[in-house]
Design a protein around this ligand. Structure first.
Ligand code: ARG
Length: 480
């Protein structure tokens, strides 16, 4: 609840006691006549939808402009409304506006204050409009700005990964499948994998923005209006690419909310996977990276600890975002057409999912920018795990051996190394290799070893140094 929000003063009395009457609301005199503070508190959304204030005012300014253009209000009334709304906006921005939950929601709070300020002209603002199309409009405008802000944050995190890949990307490390050592790659190749995920996230958001950017304003409560309003007029002012074609759909459509929260869930999932990866890498057992002190915390008991709490929180918060996606979908599934009050709840989940992912993206960029790879530590055990086994099989393919046969040959050689306690394939005597497959020649030495493998990758998108350079050029160009 914002600081300058009036809470209901008294405690709601039980049904046997005397009920406190909330402030009367002209548009629902019937309810307020009987309802007490308990009902007032239960129904309000002002404690969380004040975040829509800027968009609510922007929408009302456009609506007033349209009302004047079609002759439903005079130019003078429009000017008064504009002045009043601008004063309200200034008061909200500098915290002087007094929110009162008796006003129920941000739409009523702004309108009631406008009427208080300018009188009769203010009473005309809601002509040809309902809170149902108004809230649908405000949430769309909010989502649009949220999407734009997210895309900027995603780009910044991508840049942080590219910076690290530029600085330390050529460090050779193992890639894993099943968390078992698989093949050698450049560290930068792994970093750029996250840049790809984030690129899809940004693209998904742009796609969501396209569907979000349609104006519901002018759909009224449910069936439109008999007044000569112009929906394209407001849509143009507000930067929408079109108007929703069906009033029932327009006031009850929250697909864009579900979609955005899904997009946020996807980004949270990507961040969580990366966080998990780096939690593992920062452990003593791996020791592939070192996180900056500012993004680790100590233990209250164990003096030596450097815990990756920020990364753990990114991983931990992801579940909450998924929960919010489920909440939005479940909120929608039982609603008959068109607007139902259930829809008021969407904002809680939407705002919370956004706040979480926004914070995670921002801190992630800082974590990436302050983390360093540990090349000596990675190199110390790089010859373990037979990372060059696949390249040896491919060497045999180049010598004319069928891949399945080559796979068997190398499998047998690895087994022999393990039996005889030989750490790497390169340490096998040539005679032992030729015994397993006569196609093996002295030139085998020039392909074995992780450092040689990362130079030898040929296929597009592979984990080698050539590919890394190419991809770094691609991203730098894209960011420029
Ligand atoms: N606070 C409401 C919401 O967030 C606004 C719309 C209320 N409309 C109504 N007819 N009760 O959905």
């Amino acid at each position: 609840m914002p600081m300058n929000m009036r809470k209901p003063s008294g405690k709601a009395k039980s049904s046997s006691g005397e009920k406190q009457k909330p402030a009367a609301k002209s548009w629902q005199a019937r309810i307020s006549a009987e309802a007490g503070v308990l009902a007032e508190r239960f129904v309000e959304s002002l404690s969380f939808d004040t975040r829509l204030a800027e968009h609510d005012i922007t929408g009302s300014l456009a609506h007033a402009d349209m009302l004047a253009a079609v002759g439903l209000i005079t130019a003078d009334e429009c000017a008064q409304i504009r002045r009043g709304l601008e004063e309200i906006r200034a008061d909200i921005r500098n915290g002087r506006f007094k929110f009162d939950i008796a006003q129920e929601d941000i739409h009523m709070a702004v309108e009631a204050d406008l009427i208080r300020r300018i009188g009769d002209a203010g009473r005309k603002l809601h002509t040809g409009r309902s809170r149902n199309d108004q809230v649908a409009l405000d949430v769309r405008l909010w989502c649009r700005s949220a999407i734009d802000a997210l895309i900027v944050l995603i780009r910044d995190l991508q840049k942080a990964f590219v910076e690290l890949a530029t600085a330390q990307g050529r460090v050779v490390m193992p890639a894993f499948t099943h968390l078992q050592r698989a093949q050698p790659i450049a560290f930068g190749h792994e970093l750029l994998a996250y840049v790809e995920m984030l690129e899809r996230d940004a693209d998904r958001l742009r796609d969501c923005r396209r569907r979000t950017n349609i104006s519901p304003l002018g759909s009224g409560a449910v069936a439109g209006s008999t007044l000569p309003i112009s929906r394209t007029h407001t849509a143009d002012i507000l930067g929408f690419t079109g108007v929703a074609a069906n009033s029932l759909d327009a006031v009850s459509d929250r697909d864009f909310v579900a979609e955005l929260v899904f997009d946020l869930s996807m980004t949270a999932m990507h961040l969580s996977r990366w966080a998990e990866q780096w939690i593992i890498y920062s452990s003593t057992e791996f020791d592939f990276i070192r996180l900056a002190d500012s993004y680790t915390t100590g233990s209250s008991m164990m003096p030596q600890k450097r815990n990756p709490d920020m990364l753990e929180l990114i991983r931990g918060k992801t579940g909450g975002v998924y929960g919010q996606l489920m909440a939005v979908l479940a909120m929608l599934k039982g609603q008959p057409l068109a607007y139902n009050r259930d829809m008021q709840e969407d904002k809680r989940w939407l705002f919370s999912a956004y706040d979480t992912v926004e914070a995670c993206l921002a801190i992630s960029a800082e974590i990436v920018r302050t983390t360093v790879a540990r090349p000596e530590s990675i190199a110390r055990r790089l010859d373990e795990g037979f990372l060059d086994a696949t390249v040896l099989a491919e060497y045999l393919v180049k010598k004319g051996v069928a891949f399945r046969t080559a796979h068997q040959v190398v499998g047998a050689l690895v087994a022999r190394c393990e039996r005889e306690n030989i750490r790497a394939l390169a340490d096998l005597p040539l005679a032992a290799m030729q015994e397993a497959c006569p196609a093996i020649d002295t030139d085998v030495r020039s392909v074995l070893g992780p450092d040689r493998v990362v130079r030898a990758y040929q296929s597009f998108g592979a984990g080698g140094l050539k590919q890394l350079d190419r991809q770094l050029r691609h991203w730098r160009k894209k960011f420029a």
